[in-house]
Write a protein that binds this ligand. Structure first.
Ligand code: 4AD
Length: 580
C-alpha cells in the first residue's frame, strides 16, 4: 500500500485526498481517515517528505480520536433531532387529524349578528356582528389566533380562541384567504390599541376562499424587497397593501372634493370622447390608431370638446383619461393619465388664475375637513400644510432671470436638439466624448423639467408661472395683446408648479377670433379641415374664454408626498408597460 501524504503548508483536510498530488494538511486528519496507513509528511515544499516521528504520531492519534468523538456526537444529535422532528410531525398530523373532527356550527340561540362592513362597525359595539374580508395579518399562538381582517373599508382585529381556533381551517389558515367572521364586538382593553378601538371576539367563522401556503404563498410572490418590475407585474396584488390602498382611497376622496369645488363654482360635468381625430398638444405625443379605416387618435386633452360645451351648458369640466405617447421615463410622466379639465366662458386671464387657485384650495379644505380623508393625508404625508394664498405669480421672463441669478443652467443644444459636449478646454467635441455644455437660460428657451423643479423646490411654495412665449405653446393659446413687433410674442398661459412635483396644471386663455385661429393653424402646419367644429365656436357667437388641465396623479403625488405619479394611478401605464 502506498503512503499517505501530508503537506502542512499547502495540503488540505477538506479537499485533499492524501495522494502526493493532493496531500492532507494535518497528520491527525490523515490518521483519522487512514488509521492503518503509513505516512509521509513535510513542513512545506522546501524540505523532502519524511516519515513522521513517534511523538508526532502520538499527538496525531489524539487528534484523530478527537475528530472521531466529535463526529459520533454530531451523528447522535442529528438522530435525536430527526426523531424529535418526526415526533413533532406526527404530533402535528395527529392534531390536524383531530381538528377535522371539530365542526363549527353557528349558535342559533345567540343574538342575531348584524352584517356590516368594517367602516360601519362603530354602531355595533358590544353586539354580535358578521364581517367578511381578507386575512391581512395573522399571528398564531398556542391556543389563540389573532387576525387583522381587511375589507377595503378598514381593518379589524379579531381574536379566535377555544374551539374556534382548533378547527382544521384555523390550523391551516393563510394570509390573504377570504373569511367570514362572526362574533361580539368589544372595546379593546385599557392600554391596548386596535383599529377602530375595538376587536371582534369570534364565536363562529368560516373560510370563504383559501389562499395557498408554501411556495405559492402570498408573501413568497410579493414582499417589500420584491424587484420594481415584479411589483409592476403584480400590481393587482400590490393594491392589497396598506400604502397602495390608502393612496387610492385618498384619490377617491380627492376626486369627490374636486367635483364639489367645481360644482360649487357652477361648472357642470361632461364626458367627452377618448377616440378623436384632432390633436391638441402637438403631433409628437399622439397615439395613432386605425379607426374603421380612418386615422384616429387617443385623446391628449378634452379641451377642444369642453370649449364646444360653453354655449350649450355654460362652464364645464371633465375627469377623463388623456394619453401621451411621450418616451418619458420620468417620475411625473404616464402614457395614460387622469386629466381633470375645465373651461370657463366670459372670463379674463386673471379670472382664470383666480379660479384655479380657488378650486385647488377649496379641494384641499374639503379634504382636511373630512376626518377620513384628513387621516389619510396625515398618514401618507405627515408634514402636509395647505398652501398659503394667494399663490405666487411669476412671469416667464422673470423666471428666466431668476434661473440665471441662481445659476440654474440648462444643456446647450445643437441645431438638431442634441446636447453639445465639450473637452477640458471648452471646445466642442465631435466624437461624443467630454462633458455636456451648460449655458444660461434666455428668453425663448423652454424651461426644462430639471430647472423647473430646482426653482420650485428652492421657492418651496406653489407658483403660477405665466406668459410663455407663443413658440413654446400650443396653437390655440391667446396672445398677450399689444406685443406685436417686439420680437417675442407671449401668450396668456400659465403653469401651476408645486414643490416636489413641478407642473400640476397647464392652462390658458384661448384664441377667440376666427381669423386669428385660422392663422394659428397655418403657422403650426395644421390642416383646419378636421377642426371645423372647433372653428365654428368662433363663427357662431365667439367669447373670451379659457381653461386648464390638471394632472390628477401629479396632484395626488403632491398631496400624498409620493415619489412618483406611478404610485398614484390604479394601473399605471408608461413606455412599455400596459400590464396588468
Ligand atoms: O399642460 P398640458 O399638456 O395641457 C393640456 O393638455 C391642455 N389642453 C389642458 C387644458 O387647458 N384643458 O397638460 C395639463 C396637465 C399637466 O399640467 C400635467 O399635470 C398633466 O396634465 N400631464 C401629465 N400627467 C401625467 N403624465 C403625463 N404624461 C402628463 N402630461 C400632462
Amino acid at each position: 500500500m502506498s503512503s499517505i501524504y501530508v503537506d502542512e503548508a499547502t495540503g488540505s483536510d477538506t479537499t485533499g485526498s492524501g495522494s502526493q498530488e493532493s496531500p492532507y494538511q494535518t497528520l491527525g486528519f490523515a490518521l483519522y481517515t487512514h488509521p492503518a496507513a503509513s505516512f509521509l509528511i513535510r513542513k512545506d515544499a522546501s524540505v523532502e517528505y519524511a516519515e513522521p516521528t513517534q511523538s508526532s504520531l502520538k499527538k496525531a492519534k489524539k487528534t484523530a480520536d478527537g475528530i472521531e468523538k466529535k463526529k459520533k456526537k454530531q451523528e447522535e444529535l442529528e438522530a435525536r433531532e430527526a426523531q424529535a422532528s418526526q415526533a413533532e410531525k406526527e404530533k402535528r398530523e395527529k392534531v390536524l387529524e383531530e381538528s377535522k373532527k371539530i365542526v363549527l356550527v353557528e349558535d342559533e340561540s345567540l343574538p342575531k349578528a348584524n352584517k356590516s362592513k368594517i367602516l360601519g362597525l362603530g354602531q355595533y359595539r358590544t353586539q354580535r356582528v358578521r364581517v367578511f374580508g381578507w386575512v391581512h395579518r395573522l399571528r398564531q399562538q398556542k391556543d389563540i389566533i389573532f387576525i387583522v381582517l381587511r375589507d377595503g373599508t378598514g381593518y379589524l382585529q379579531a381574536v379566535l380562541s377555544g374551539r374556534v381556533a382548533q378547527t382544521y381551517s384555523a390550523l391551516t389558515l393563510t394570509l390573504e384567504s377570504s373569511v367570514e367572521l362572526v362574533g361580539t364586538l368589544q372595546q379593546v382593553p385599557e392600554g391596548k390599541t386596535a383599529p377602530g378601538g375595538h376587536e371582534l371576539i369570534v364565536d363562529y367563522w368560516s373560510v370563504v376562499g383559501p389562499a395557498p401556503g408554501g411556495d405559492d404563498a402570498f408573501t413568497n410572490r410579493l414582499n417589500e424587497k420584491s424587484d420594481p418590475s415584479i411589483q409592476a407585474d403584480l400590481r393587482h396584488l400590490v393594491l392589497r397593501g396598506e400604502n397602495a390602498s390608502s393612496i387610492l382611497r385618498l384619490r377617491a376622496y380627492m376626486l369627490t372634493a374636486f367635483r364639489k369645488a367645481l360644482t360649487d363654482h357652477n361648472l357642470i360635468e361632461v364626458t367627452p370622447p377618448c377616440l378623436v381625430q384632432t390633436q391638441v398638444e402637438g403631433g409628437a405625443t399622439l397615439f395613432k390608431l386605425d379607426y374603421y379605416g380612418q386615422p384616429a387618435f387617443l385623446t391628449q386633452s378634452s379641451q377642444l370638446y369642453l370649449e364646444t360645451c360653453l354655449p350649450s351648458l355654460g362652464d364645464v369640466f371633465c375627469v377623463q383619461e388623456s394619453f401621451r405617447a411621450e418616451n418619458s421615463h420620468t417620475r411625473r410622466h404616464l402614457s395614460e393619465y387622469t386629466h381633470l379639465e375645465a373651461e370657463l366662458a366670459f372670463i379674463n386671464f386673471d379670472d382664470l388664475m383666480a379660479h384655479i387657485e380657488d378650486v385647488i384650495c377649496n379641494t384641499v379644505d374639503t379634504l382636511l375637513a373630512d376626518p377620513v380623508a384628513a387621516a389619510l393625508v396625515k398618514q401618507l404625508n405627515p408634514n402636509f400644510q395647505p398652501p398659503a394664498r394667494p399663490f405666487r405669480r411669476m412671469n416667464y421672463v422673470d423666471a428666466i432671470a431668476w434661473l440665471n441669478e441662481h445659476n440654474i443652467q440648462h444643456p446647450a443644444e445643437d441645431a438638431e436638439g442634441n446636447p453639445i459636449k465639450v473637452d477640458e478646454k471648452g471646445l466642442p467635441t465631435t466624437d461624443g466624448s467630454g462633458t455636456v455644455l451648460m449655458v444660461d437660460h434666455k428668453v425663448g428657451d423652454d424651461i426644462a423639467e430639471a430647472a423647473e423643479r430646482q426653482m420650485t423646490d428652492a421657492i418651496g411654495t406653489p407658483i403660477f408661472l405665466y406668459g410663455f412665449p407663443a413658440e413654446l405653446k400650443a396653437f390655440y393659446m391667446k396672445k398677450v395683446p399689444g406685443q406685436d413687433g417686439t420680437g417675442h410674442v407671449f401668450t396668456e398661459s400659465c403653469d401651476l408648479l408645486m414643490p416636489n412635483v413641478g407642473e400640476i396644471v397647464g392652462g390658458s386663455m384661448r384664441i377667440a377670433d376666427q381669423e386669428e385661429l385660422l392663422a394659428a393653424y397655418r403657422r403650426e402646419g395644421i390642416d383646419p379641415e378636421p377642426y371645423y367644429w372647433f372653428t365654428d365656436q368662433r363663427k357662431y357667437g365667439t367669447c373670451e374664454h379659457g381653461g386648464y388641465g390638471l394632472g390628477v396623479e401629479r396632484f395626488l403625488a403632491w398631496l400624498a408626498n409620493r415619489y412618483t405619479v406611478r404610485e398614484c394611478s390604479l394601473y399605471p401605464r408608461w413606455p412599455g408597460r400596459a400590464t396588468p
